[in-house]
Design a protein around this ligand. Structure first.
Ligand code: F6R
Length: 241
């Protein structure tokens, strides 16, 4: 379940390889994708390999984990914009095949229901890629979110808004709410790869290692899943025995 490699670069290469293997095995694979600093080198590696012709990605379908409420897709910090910049535009993926929750939906409850249903209608996620928040969140499932939740609107914790302030020119602009895929949707993926790199993840990775399955630590839900890889560099694994 735990795989520890020396450097962030090795972790990113390994994660990209897992994605490529999934696409090679099933060119019409359905992938669950994440954003954030951890994924930038993963997508850079993946794009490099795909542009080199490693496998054909043109028939992929993707669903992102989350999106801020209230940011337009063109906002530089929206997750739609992030995905365009790091992956979609660089691979020329057909836009009808890529999905993010709609942070501007008028009826967000209906949009949430439709998002989970769209994934299930395609037979579920072949592989879900995850990062982890310093408070243990996966997607934007913050501590004490019910593990039975599907896609839903969530307030962002003060910790998450502080952590993500680094991406905004004015940290006060970090939205207060987001839409996130639920833990239940995440656990239905056939395979899950969680990636954590750097010293800022060492404390939460040690907590996760020792934690029972507990809604206070959302990532601990993964301990119930039969096919999870937790992929760490030495710095993120520093406090794991
Ligand atoms: C992003 C997401 C979040 C991040 C987590 C870690 O789509 O779902 O759970 O994976 O906040 O973010 P970074 O990689 O920026 O430390």
């Amino acid at each position: 379940m735990y795989k520890i490699l020396d450097t962030e670069d090795e972790v990113s290469r390994y994660a990209a390889q897992r994605l490529l293997a999934t696409i090679a095995a099933r060119p019409e694979a359905v992938l669950g994708l994440a954003t954030g600093g951890t994924m930038e080198p993963v997508y850079a590696r993946l794009v490099g390999r795909l542009q080199g012709g490693a496998v054909d990605a043109s028939r992929l379908t993707t669903f992102n984990l989350d999106e801020y409420i209230g940011l337009a897709p063109t906002h530089p910090q929206s997750y739609r914009h992030y995905m365009e910049r790091h992956l979609f535009a660089r691979l020329g993926l057909p836009r009808e095949n890529v999905h993010l929750p709609d942070g501007l939906a008028e009826d967000s409850e209906a949009a949430c229901r439709a998002y989970s249903e769209a994934i299930r209608a395609l037979g579920g996620l072949d592989l879900q890629l995850l990062g982890i928040g310093s408070n243990g969140h996966i997607g934007f499932n913050e501590p004490h979110t019910r593990f039975s939740c599907r896609t839903h609107v969530t307030p962002l914790s003060a910790q998450t808004r502080r952590d993500n302030g680094r991406f905004f020119s004015d940290p006060g602009e970090v939205p207060t709410h987001a839409i996130t895929l639920g833990i239940r949707d995440i656990l239905e993926a056939r395979e899950i790869v969680l990636v954590a790199t750097g010293p800022s993840k060492a404390r939460i990775m040690a907590e996760l290692y020792h934690s029972p399955v507990d809604e206070a630590l959302p990532a601990s839900a993964l301990k119930q899943h039969p096919n999870v890889t937790i992929l760490l560099d030495r710095e993120a694994a520093a406090l794991i025995p």
